[in-house]
Write a protein that binds this ligand. Structure first.
Ligand code: NAD
Ligand code: MG
Length: 395
């Protein structure tokens, strides 16, 4: 039996992971489940999956979970805080760690899993955007196995030659074609964007996801973060990555070779496919995802992204090219801007404005240490809060 820790078990990816694991109870044992503050959901998951550990990042929530589990499942040990998250990410009982916490909060436990040499199933792209070099170095040093869960990166991984270790030239890869749905506002008249609501922004046409990544998909910051993620995972540069708008989300990404061959991975838009792929790799196993019905798909469309409509995509590529902590600053500003939009404190169109202003006023440094990355992350968050104050909407 392979022990699995799920960081962010109560979220969209966490629940899809549990769905896949439940189909293969003979192969995997759920060792630890973690959540931020959703006591009810983690409590129910504990009763259903009987992990050895349950972690709540929030201390008061952890105390509530202890009380509720005491009479029904006293064998489950409840831990709290970042220390608890790091403990279950690095413990010997779990060989595999699903990193599915959203945002910068996932960095420390995901890094702990990498340093402990786990098979890291990486959904938490923000961790890699913040600390790409540090993270990839940790993976290499500990012999961790890093497998992408993000559907595009999982598709690229599947289209790369087996054993690809970085270096497009050596294996004859010319470029990566990173597909993007374009989100809910792909065709909305630009002048209407200022009035869009959080409800409209989180209603993704093809994928059901957490709120933060849904807004990121609407602004295409998600694709920008994915360009950065792809650069680190596949050891390349933004110039080798072409973003392709593909509204059906059936092709999850492609790899082009020097002989003109283009390999694509296709499937229904359901995260259980990349999750099952990464759990079973290099084998294959059932995920619960239906067959792709080509006759109902009928057609596939492609176009180039419009950077006037999606300034966040441009900002992300520029941050990656600038290097150092620029992408951590971008990520931090984006997290504050998206949260403020979801709280209806700023209009949708202020999101890229805030990020651009924060990038202009915050000094980036080399990203060699976690301390420096976290210091610049904090500076960017403070700058973003000031920018939110300047752009606040009045109700
Ligand atoms: P979600 O909001 O549904 O779930 C987030 C999880 O993180 C929850 O379990 C929550 O309790 C936990 N969490 C939040 N803040 C925390 C904190 N401060 N400390 C500890 N835990 C915390 O998000 P999601 O859609 O499942 O996305 C998770 C990650 O996977 C994100 O990085 C996202 O970009 C990435 N991802 C998601 C999808 C998708 O289909 N949902 C696809 C690709 C990549
Ligand atoms: Mg993706």
């Amino acid at each position: 039996m392979i022990g699995v820790t799920i960081l962010g078990a109560t979220g969209s990816i966490g629940r899809s992971t549990l769905d896949v694991l439940a189909r293969h109870g003979d192969r995997y044992r759920v060792m630890a489940l973690t959540a931020n503050s959703q006591v009810d959901r983690l409590y129910e998951q504990c009763l259903e999956y009987r992990p050895r550990y349950a972690v709540m990042a929030d201390a008061a929530a952890a105390e509530q979970l202890v009380q509720r589990l005491r009479s029904v499942a006293p064998d489950i040990e409840v831990l709290a805080g970042v220390a608890g998250l790091e403990q279950v990410a690095a413990m010997p009982e779990a060989e595999y760690v699903m990193a599915a916490i959203v945002g910068a909060a996932g960095l420390a436990p995901t890094l702990a899993a990498a340093r402990a040499g786990k098979r890291v199933l990486l959904a938490n792209k923000e961790a890699l955007v913040m600390s790409g070099r540090l993270f990839m170095d940790a993976v290499q040093r500990s012999n961790a196995v890093l497998l992408p869960i993000d559907s595009e990166h999982n598709a690229i991984f599947q289209c790369m030659p087996r054993g690809f270790a970085g270096g497009f030239e050596q294996v004859g890869v010319r470029r990566v074609l990173l597909t993007a749905s374009g989100g809910p506002f792909r065709t909305m008249p630009l002048e209407q964007l200022a009035g869009v609501t959080p409800e409209q922004a989180v209603a993704h046409p093809n994928w059901s996801m957490g709120r933060k990544i849904s807004v990121d998909s609407a602004t295409m910051m998600n694709k920008g973060l994915e360009v950065i993620e792809a650069c680190w995972l596949f050891n390349t540069v933004p110039a080798r990555i072409q973003v392709v708008l593909h509204p059906q989300s059936v092709i999850h990404s492609m790899v082009e070779y020097v002989d003109g061959s283009v390999l694509a991975q296709l499937g229904n838009p359901d995260m259980r496919t990349p999750i099952a792929h990464a759990l079973a790799w290099p084998e294959r196993m059932e995920s619960g995802v239906d067959s792709l019905d080509m006759f109902s798909v009928a057609r596939l469309d492609f176009s180039a992204p419009d950077l006037n409509r999606f300034p966040c995509l441009r900002l992300a590529v520029e941050a990656m090219e600038a290097g150092g902590t620029s992408s951590a600053i971008l990520n931090a500003a984006n997290e504050i801007a998206v949260e403020s939009f979801l709280q209806r404190r700023i209009p949708y169109t202020a999101i890229p404005q805030i990020i651009e202003a924060v990038l202009a006023e915050t000094t980036a440094h080399g990203a060699e240490t976690l301390e420096q990355i976290l210091a610049d992350d904090a500076a960017a968050r403070a700058a973003a809060e000031r920018q939110v104050g300047l752009r606040r909407v009045t109700h």
